[in-house]
Ligand binder design. Structure first.
Ligand SMILES: [Mg+2]
Length: 341
């Protein structure tokens, strides 16, 4: 199999702020794996926070090509060979996506069917990024009825996070989820979760920094379910997550692809944990790949492609707040026709 890749800078519709950063553009690495006249597509969204970059991902891809050999269905063997190259989960995910795309195309079925899963999962949340309480409420009003649930980014460090949720709650009846991206200290978290319990918040994502030793106590005392994201990357993290959380947020860019994320979903269910499926800011390639397994999950947060000003790919249908994967073979993704003619 032949692997090629290119890096593309994707512009966001509007700057996107979370507790640790503000972004106007993101870089994605798009890959193609060619086999027998067919092409499988994948996307890597390397995260600086996890020590990955476009440079480290592309260096990994250059080394990985020689380990693919010639059978795209040999997913287990390929994964074992790639494990000899450490880290680079985003790039590993891109390869996993492209191999699944190829397998689906060879079998003539969409990946969700290849996996034996249902096509349609829960509705996606829409992210209201971090801003002042009033600003977040105004942006919430503009969302209208396109989405069935909202995820609020919190963690400004100004003591106004509960106010933010109250302001947004004042303008919408939609289910609310909040993501703190590791920004709260334990005392703050213990206090805030009590207040959020009264505001109809479905769950609080990653309130404490990854590995914080107050996680178990927070889980015990919180009236609102705690989900972890930065705390859980691959299958080996799921058991420890059960001590500090009621659920886990799976992302292909962390797990290294669909295969590991499916294993994590079942492991989480076995431990009585809720399963959420998230994403990075990425194009319809990455979102289509994740959407293939959305039906396995209790909560879905796959709005990454909808945050882009000009998604270079198509392949996911957004219908009544739900991200529906294609019924075409493989991932069903295609390059969008140029809008500039
Ligand atoms: Mg998160």
């Amino acid at each position: 199999m032949k692997l090629t890749h290119r890096t593309v800078t994707l512009a966001l519709r509007e700057p996107f702020s979370i507790s640790r950063s503000t972004d106007k553009t993101v870089d994605s690495v798009f890959i193609e794996i060619e086999h027998d006249g067919l092409i499988g597509y994948g996307e890597a969204s390397p995260q600086e926070h996890y020590g990955e970059s476009v440079e480290s991902a592309t260096a990994f891809l250059a080394d990985a090509e020689a380990l693919l050999w010639d059978d795209p269905f040999a997913l287990d063997e390929i994964e074992a060979r790639l494990a000899s190259l450490s880290g680079e989960h985003a790039a590993k995910a891109a390869i996993d996506m492209a191999l699944h795309d190829l397998c689906g195309k060879l079998a003539g079925v969409p990946v969700w069917r290849l996996l034996g899963l249902r096509r349609v999962g829960p509705p996606t949340s829409w992210t209201i990024w971090l801003g002042d309480p009033d600003d977040m409420a105004r942006r919430t009003e503009r969302v209208g009825d396109r989405f069935q649930r909202l995820k609020l980014k919190l963690g400004a460090g100004d003591g106004l996070d509960v106010e933010r949720v109250r302001a947004v709650r004042g303008v919408t009846a939609l289910p609310l989820q909040v993501d703190v991206n590791e920004a709260w200290e334990l005392d703050e978290a213990l206090e805030n979760v009590l207040a959020l319990g009264g505001l109809g918040v479905q769950y609080v994502e990653q309130p404490l920094r990854a590995g914080h030793d107050g996680g178990a106590r927070l889980k015990q005392e919180s009236p609102v379910p705690i989900y972890v994201d930065e705390d859980v990357h691959t299958l080996q993290d799921v058991t420890a997550a059960a001590e500090r959380a009621h659920g886990v947020n799976l992302k292909l860019a962390k797990s290294g692809g669909i295969r590991e994320a499916v294993r994590m979903a079942y492991a989480a269910k076995a431990l009585g944990l809720g399963v959420m499926l998230g994403c990075m800011v990425e194009s319809s390639v990455g979102i289509a790949a994740a959407a293939q397994m959305a039906s396995l999950c209790d909560h879905v947060d796959l709005d990454g492609n909808l945050l882009l000003g000009d998604d270079p790919w198509t392949g996911v249908d957004f219908v009544d707040g739900v991200q529906i994967p294609s019924d075409q073979p493989g991932l069903g993704v295609h390059e969008a026709l140029s809008r500039t003619g």
